[in-house]
Design a protein around this ligand. Structure first.
Ligand code: SF4
Length: 672
């Protein structure tokens, strides 16, 4: 089994994979000598991610060897931090959990986790807390939940084409997505499609790096993408650009959908979206005539209170034109090809829980404050930094302060770790072993072989939960090693696809026997087996059965005239790489020069960006690329490093999927 390759100069090449919550899940080769990672490069065995790593990937060694990394557990005593041994720290946590279990339903413990550090075994904490008795866990999403729910209503599941299939497209709509900054491995395929003669169109309120490189860029007003899609649908129908044969065979609800979209004339669509009539007509005609047409969907357009319906309206465009199940087509939002081959029940074991309670990810602060029977007495936080990343940071910090005992596991002393009582360090992925895949893009599975030993010794999360399980005598959490869990977790993959753990260790391995084309067999997993423009399931769950457009609220006012958009930063995966930002540097609030001039805001000055829940000191930068009346601040910047844009975002949920509606946020800019 060849997972490493030792050279004459003593360096070894070790196969691993990036564990950041990114579209790409790059396969990586680490060059190592004397227990030191010298260099990281992409592993070309992964034909999608190839040899290139993005700037976040190249920063992994800066994170690994950062002098500020936590190396030992620490405990807060009288508001100051003190080192504590692993045994004492875990004994204290176990005692607290034992006491809580004796006096309350176990849901008094709230387990807060997300996707900050990918890997199958990272999710073993869910089994641990279910074996403990069942705790309060998260539901919904800070990231993509509205779109996931929408696509499940429409198609019955969420599948994408192989990224390389983009080259077969003749028209490419890149809708609210910015591959040049946030999924760089799509770029060569987009460029190849353009060389083949495809028209590349970006739809985004911001003139992103991707928009700047496209043949056409259209800027709908924030939150109006759904109206744009419905207007395009109306034009496709009225101009007979729909594929009636495909609709007859594979689409449910066409006539009811037609009835609804009649009202979205080009004029109406233009008034709502701010895009001129001729441009909307061009968009519809380009998408409907120059086929196959592919849509690459991003996540920003569903971060509004109408986000789920927006994704459903965009899905409808592909259904109407028969751009589903064909090469070069599709609505590529996420790609859940691999999860069916993983034994999630083994890792989660929800059946072990006697108590069940969930908190909504977009409403964490309110939930903690309002929870009764039982109140939240203890927080256990892993793989996430909610004080920085969840909505309404100040409210959340206040809610945290009322919880008696908080434990955080992290690489660094984050804003969330700061608010805790015990902080446990964890391993960087280059010090650990696990299995990685992406649910967003390609269909490769990579094994993270351990590149180096942590120095000083830091245990894996599995070791931590094994020790706690022993202390708490948890029958449902067998104390086993990594290999045992991973072999069992991939048993469906081994049984149905013949892929073993040893094979993965020498991989990456592409999931065999699947088509590059999503829904190629046109067997949709909806109740009707068709694409459902009319979804009974959506209706039963309290939504409109057909995709509708609703204006987002609140509306700009004199007090808060600008909309705040907080997209992902090219150089950090959420808050993680912001640890590398120098202290004292202010975050940047980007505004259009005209907006700045109208508001009397001077470029390069320090200001407060204010919303109804908070304010943030920023430096203004005027840029033509920002739409009018928009303030754009990248998310992720730590509060303790003068950032924290979620101090500005009120708790708010999307129409479906319990997704954080971050972009339903109005703001103003005030002088200091
Ligand atoms: S962040 Fe994404 S693109 Fe960058 S190295 Fe990791 S997986 Fe690859």
């Amino acid at each position: 089994m060849e997972t490493t390759n030792t050279r004459l100069n003593g360096t070894r090449s070790i196969k691993t994979s990036c564990t950041l919550d990114c579209w790409d899940a790059c396969s990586i080769i680490a060059t190592v000598k004397d227990n030191k990672v010298l260099h990281l490069s992409g592993n070309p065995q992964n034909h999608i991610t190839g040899r290139t790593l993005c700037s976040k990937g190249t920063k992994h060694t800066h994170m690994l060897y950062n002098p500020n990394r936590l190396k030992k557990p620490v405990i807060k005593i009288h508001n100051s931090w003190h080192p504590i041994g692993w045994k004492d720290a875990l004994d204290l946590i176990a005692q607290r959990m034992e006491h809580l279990r004796e006096n309350y339903p176990t849901t008094a413990l709230m387990h807060c986790y997300d996707a900050g550090n990918g890997g199958l075994l990272k999710g073993i904490d869910q089994r641990f807390f279910n074996a403990y008795g069942g705790v309060t866990g998260p539901r919904g999403s800070l990231c993509w939940g509205a779109g996931i729910t929408a696509q499940k209503y429409d198609f019955g599941d969420v599948l994408s084409h192989d990224p390389a299939d983009i080259v077969n497209s003749k028209t490419l709509l890149i809708w609210s997505r910015n591959p040049w900054d946030t999924s760089i491995h799509l770029v060569p395929f987009i460029e190849k499609a353009a060389q083949n003669g495809a028209t590349i169109i970006t739809i985004d309120p911001l003139k992103t790096a991707t928009a700047a490189r496209s043949h056409h860029h259209f800027s709908p007003l924030p939150g109006t993408d759904g109206a744009l899609a419905l207007t395009m649908a109306s034009i496709l129908i009225s101009e007979n650009l729909v594929d009636l044969k495909f609709i007859d065979s594979h689409v449910k609800g066409f006539s009811r959908f037609c009835e609804y979209v009649k009202a979205f004339t080009p004029q109406v669509g233009s008034e709502i979206t701010g895009i001129p009539v001729r441009d909307i007509v061009f968009l519809a005609q380009a998408y409907g005539t120059k086929k196959p047409s592919c849509i690459l969907l991003g996540y920003g357009l569903q971060r509004y209170s109408n986000g789920g319906n927006t994704v459903r309206a965009i899905d409808a465009l592909a259904a109407l034109t028969g751009n589903i199940g064909i090469r070069g087509g599709g609505v590529n939002y996420a790609n859940r090809r691999i999860p069916p081959y993983i034994d999630h029940d083994l890792l989660q074991a929800t059946g072990l829980a006697s108590h069940h309670r969930q908190y909504p990810r977009p409403g964490m602060a309110s939930f903690i404050e309002e929870a009764q029977s039982p109140p939240v007495k203890m927080l256990f936080i892993a793989r996430t930094n909610p004080i920085t990343q969840a909505m309404d940071s100040n409210h959340l910090a206040k809610a945290f302060s009322k919880v008696e005992f908080k434990v955080t596991m992290d690489l660094f002393m984050t804003d969330t770790a700061d608010q805790s009582d015990i902080v446990l360090p964890c391993r960087h992925f280059l010090e650990d072993e696990d299995i990685i895949y992406t649910s967003m893009g390609h269909s490769y599975i990579s094994y993270c072989n351990k590149a180096v030993e942590p120095d000083p010794w830091i245990p894996s999360e599995l070791w931590v939960f094994n020790e706690l399980a022993k202390s708490l005598k948890l029958k449902g959490f067998p104390v086993k090693g990594r290999e045992w869990w991973l072999k069992k977790a991939i048993l469906p993959l081994t049984t149905h696809k013949g892929i073993t753990l040893d094979q993965l260790k020498t991989g990456p391995v592409e999931l065999p026997g699947i088509s590059d084309v999503a829904w190629e067999d046109l067997k949709f997993k909806t109740p009707s087996g068709r694409i459902e423009l009319y979804s009974e399931k959506a209706r039963e769950e309290g939504h409109s059965p057909i995709p509708i457009y609703r204006d987002i609220n609140p509306k700009p006012t004199g007090q808060y005239p600008y909309r705040l958009l907080t997209p992902h930063y090219r150089h950090s995966l959420h808050s993680q790489q912001f640890v590398l930002v120098e202290d004292g540097v202010l975050p940047v609030a980007y505004v259009n020069p005209d907006t700045a001039a109208d508001g009397g805001i001077e470029d390069n000055t320090e200001v407060f960006v204010c919303t109804r829940v908070g304010r943030l000191k920023c430096r203004v930068k005027t840029e033509e690329s920002i739409g009018r009346n928009i303030v754009m601040i990248y998310e992720g910047w730590w509060i303790k490093k003068s950032g924290g844009v979620n101090q500005l975002t009120p708790e708010r949920e999307t129409d479906m999927g319990c997704q954080a509606a971050y972009y339903d946020c109005l703001c103003n800019i005030r002088s200091l």
